[in-house]
Design a binder for this molecule. Sequence first.
Ligand SMILES: *Cc1c(COP(=O)(O)O)cnc(C)c1O
Ligand SMILES: [Zn+2]
Length: 411
Amino acid sequence: MVIQITRYNLKCRECGKEYPAEKRSVCDDCFGPVKVNFNIDEVRKTFTKSAISQRPRTLWRYFELLPVDDKNKIIDLGSSCTPLIHAKNLGKVLGLKNLYIKNDSINPTFSFKDRPVTVGITKAIEFDMKVISCASTGNLAASCGAHASKAGLECYVFVPDNIEHNKIAQIAAYGAKIISVNGIYDTANRLSNEAADRYGWAVLNVNIRPYYAEGEKTIAFETAEQLGWNLPDAVVVPIGSGGLLCEVEKAFTELRNLSFVPEHHVRFFGAQGEGADAVITAFKNKTNVIPIKNPKTIAKSIMFGSPGDGDHALKIMKETNGGGENPTDGEILEGIKLLAKTEGILTEPAGGTTIAALKRLTEAGSFDSGDKIVAYITGNGLKTQEAIPKANIRRIDPKIEFVDRILKEGI
Ligand SMILES: *Cc1c(COP(=O)(O)O)cnc(C)c1O
Ligand SMILES: [Zn+2]
């Protein structure tokens, strides 16, 4: 049966079966994930470069490629349109002339999760759902909490019991109800699945996932727009579930299909912390993704044992002649310091992982020195005080002679 589509419908990523844009996240036939499938001819009617250039600087400028119908229902905290910085200082250290940092640590709740959440919660409201929920390592929970407040909806978040103190404080401040689950992220995620069915909640990254995930594409739309509607030669993306990496690829493909960008090959590189590196290990060992029972890394926001989109992320890394790296905790902390000291950007360990992976990849000769590379910095360092480099401080009485002495002796 052919289902008539207007601007978008749902399509199974595994078997291709199509469904209307309903409340659904898996395929009835093969249990594969369903994805939003856009009718490019329909999108093209109003989605033009000149139209976009006139629109407000929020991710809703890409409305036609987002799975939402009613503009009046949009819940938006002003996410996105974050800087794409030519990282000349870091590039010099690494030997890369055209290194760019997409700094998504400065979104309203200080991670890239504001992108999928603004789309996911808007869709949940279109579906007339009343309670917002998620399973999260912290950043998604904070974003859900903030957006639910703005929408005036109740919010319950499932988090593993070991996440950073500042993240808990932030989530609580928004008024979200925190359900801290004994165990790792994967455990909290399983419980949130049950809650979605039992209570009819909109668990954004579970039963609203196809819609939620589309918001992640906007980080890539922006990248292309900021490069003058061009694609980079390579991207380096942190991998938790693998969702972000997959959505960056989906976004670039949609832009190619619209002829918004020249046909240009982009190589995809993933970054995971050693100890929570199921996708990178699979790439290196040329195997399928084998779940890790007890994942462990300082990069807790990407500490997943069984990445839901891991297989698809791996496929993209392979098919684009990309790769990935799995730095140690020590390298991740060095990555945080390096980015802060060269570019003035303080990121959390997930960003440190991206920088450390970029460093390893560069040293291994994965790039040419002139390659245009975009590294995605997805979260803010102030959220993870535990991982901020220790400060050297000299206390003095307020007399200029003491300052003299410090300048002589150094700090
Ligand atoms: C969630 C998250 C990621 C990983 O995203 P996935 O889509 O799950 O792969 C990366 N960085 C930060 C800071 C995150 O919060
Ligand atoms: Zn299917």
